[in-house]
Design a protein around this ligand. Sequence first.
Ligand code: TRP
Length: 342
Amino acid sequence: MEGKTILTGIRVNSEMTLGNFLGALLPMTRLANKYSANNKINIFIPDLHTIISDVDGELQKNLVKEIKYYLAAGLVLNENVHIYRQSYVPAHSELCWILNCVATMGETSRMIQYKEKSHNGDQSTNVGIFDYPILMAADILLYDANYVPVGEDQFQHIELTRDIASRFNNKFGEIFVLPENTENQVKFIESANGAGGVRIRDLQNPEKKMSKSAEAENSKIMMNDDPAKVTKKIMSAQTDSLGKIAFDMFNQPGISNLLQIESLVSGVPLQDVISTWAGESHYGDLKKKVAETVSTYLSDFQAKVAEISDEEVYKILEEGERYANEVANKKLFEVQKAFKLR
Ligand code: TRP
């Protein structure tokens, strides 16, 4: 593959769960490293998306930390890799406004994330939560992005981006490049680690996604957890009483989740992890292995994060933002011309 643009944004939170990391940041890092010799890689911090919910006062600190996380995860920088903050590239907001005049209430109201976050359209919901996917469309379309690795809960937003872009192109000509459809996105993500659109599960309620807001401490692994904590949490993970180790998200979500975590953290393809454990029945052995894999990975990761300075991060951002403004403003100008704004 060459000449493609791969783009993603990951929202900054006070701390990331292992689920966020394995579902988004780590696969993006592996994809970037795999493709950056011959393709463009854009990684940005969607700080404007972050402010749809209360900002905890640590946004800048969190954002710097997230970039350190990419570097600690092994992201290799070269002239094709650009990292930038969304709010430092004003074209994102302006294109969002213009696309607001292309997108419909109907299609935007159908977004599952909006329905969930607004509790089915509660009237006190801020408009940013509704408009979220349109800003996301702008993030993607400004850069002619082909591949947009995201967690599966965001696939619907990429489909919406495609719909908006093709409506725009039908009216004004081929100004936007459509990102690939969900099927191709999944295949692309799989090319990094053998798993597309991964959703790491809550350790105590494996039917649910691992979430930062889960009440039980043992439900989630945080990226700054120490090895003892990690081990305790994994050893107490909920499983089932079937007594066999197999990958079956429906009947054995807890065990499947552990296999998935083992695969993603170690970089061993899921199928290989599954066959290694096939025929085994001692859940405790699997838990011990996963606990070891994850705690070793995390202590190494945390040590690397501690070594990266803020100055290094800001230098990377400044270069990225110079590049991003140049590319984005060019695209925005074409769009403005289409609407006779220029
Ligand atoms: N919505 C994404 C998430 O919650 C973050 C995001 C914002 C994004 N804009 C994007 C991802 C553009 C990919 C492309 O994870």
